[in-house]
Design a protein around this ligand. Structure first.
Ligand SMILES: *Cc1c(COP(=O)(O)O)cnc(C)c1O
Length: 413
């Protein structure tokens, strides 16, 4: 170990090329390699600055290297890193209290990612249904175009067949229905359904808000059939849509809610929240993970919740959202051949490409990146904006200017 450090292995030069040489090619990262960041600013190896309107992927909601989080994490790093699950710790107990006080939930289970939170939710729903109704009640219903993570179970539940190709045999008793279609839901959610899992707003699937009537209907059908309603708020949660969780402004309460991404602002953490009645079915030994509820992650999560779940903070998210929507409306009005009507909630915003530029969202965001603006896509036809929730009016104006500059370059190319 020391010999390795002494040989300069931690400081030797690396480039984007190194990715292609030593990492499994599951991603195709940008040409530039970020090395440093603060707030919404990111700097690459060449020292070039970018305005970050991605927050990772709706993760760093309080900005990069947020001083409050750096401070809390640094203190915790010098106090206690890790214990096995044979011991609990103060930060995770405080985070459990904070999340149950802030939501419908009575109980929390902590893990390390969104996929794991959904894996826990689906396993718990099956265990609950099997115990309460019998093993015939095992089917899981989810939506086409949905995204729930990349474990074999969650990716199979997700509604994007391209992500399961080649990984067969897949888990059984899964059904996929079109999103926002009440009749399809009624037909699919029969007595053998253990759980219905849905994103209140589909993120990866194109930034498509759930219709409140649809979510309400899912609630009713689940109540009638005894199915557990799971809201995947991994992307929509923790202030992103202008309420602490999206369900809180849609007036539909799930039985299980999953969170991750912004909960750790970049420090890995996932959470599954549920009621006493359902949660007790995860009894001792039935589920677990080594790192879940680790003091470092829990400390960050606690400070994130404390900061974001405040009326003034959430009101500003809505205000910033309105400003960006107004800018995008003008942009699409000026370039109707390039962009359609923006959609989304809060600071999770999708800008669809118009007919003539279908399939070109990535080309557009690459043009923006060259000019110093980082944006996401949500599929080949949608540009996705997910800036940190602390985005300022100046940064909103800068992004608008860069998006306009980019569209000129994009059309000319
Ligand atoms: C990102 C995401 C996940 C998966 O989270 P990971 O932390 O990547 O495992 C699950 N559901 C939704 C809605 C997501 O956006």
């Amino acid at each position: 170990m020391n010999a390795k450090l002494d040989s300069g292995v931690t400081t030797r030069p690396v480039t984007r090329q190194t990715f292609d040489e030593v990492l499994v090619p599951t991603y195709a990262p940008a040409a530039m390699v970020p090395v440093r960041a603060a707030g919404l600013d990111v700097w690459d190896q060449e020292g070039k600055r970018y305005l970050d309107f991605t927050s990772g992927i709706a993760v760093s909601s309080l900005g990069h290297c947020n001083p409050v989080l750096v401070d809390a994490l640094t203190k915790q790093v010098n106090t206690l890193w890790h214990l096995g699950n044979g011991y609990t710790n103060e930060p995770v107990l405080r985070l459990g209290l904070a999340l149950t006080e802030a939501t419908f939930a009575d109980r929390a289970f902590f893990c390390n990612s969104g996929a794991e939170a959904n894996e826990a939710a689906l396993k718990l729903a099956r265990k609950y249904a099997h115990t309460k109704f019998g093993p015939h009640k095992s089917r899981i219903v989810s939506c086409l175009s949905s995204f729930h993570g990349r474990t074999l179970f969650t990716v199979s539940v997700g509604g994007q067949p391209k992500y399961t190709e080649g990984f067969e045999p897949l888990p059984q008793e899964l059904s996929h229905i079109p999103y926002n279609d009440i009749e399809a839901a009624r037909a699919a959610i029969t007595d053998d359904v253990a759980a219905v899992i849905v994103e209140p707003i589909q993120g990866e699937g194109g930034v498509i808000p759930g219709n409140p009537d649809y979510l309400k209907a899912l609630r009713e059908i689940c109540d009638q059939t005894g199915a557990v309603l799971v809201f995947d708020e991994v992307q929509s949660g923790v202030g992103r849509t202008g309420s602490f969780f999206a369900y809180q402004q849609m007036n539909v309460t799930p039985d299980i809610l999953t969170s991750a991404k912004a909960l750790g602002n970049g420090y890995p953490i996932g959470a599954m929240l549920t009621t006493d009645e359902i949660g007790q079915h995860f009894n001792v030994g039935s589920h677990g993970t080594t790192y879940g509820g680790n003091p470092l992650a829990a400390t960050v999560g606690l400070n994130v919740v404390e900061t974001i779940n405040q009326p003034a903070f959430l009101a500003r998210v809505k205000e910033a959202s309105a400003k960006i929507f107004a800018n995008l409306e003008k942009l699409a009005g000026d370039y109707p051949e390039v962009f359609g009507k923006a959609r989304g909630m809060g600071l999770l915003i999708g800008l669809p490409m118009a007919e003539a530029y279908k399939g070109r969202s990535k080309d557009y965001t690459k043009t923006c990146e060259k000019l110093g603006l980082m944006l996401l896509i949500a599929g080949p036809d949608v540009v996705r904006l997910a800036p940190a929730l602390i985005v300022s009016d100046e940064q909103i104006a800068e992004a608008d200017r860069l998006m306009r500059e980019a569209v000129e370059a994009f059309i000319a190319a």
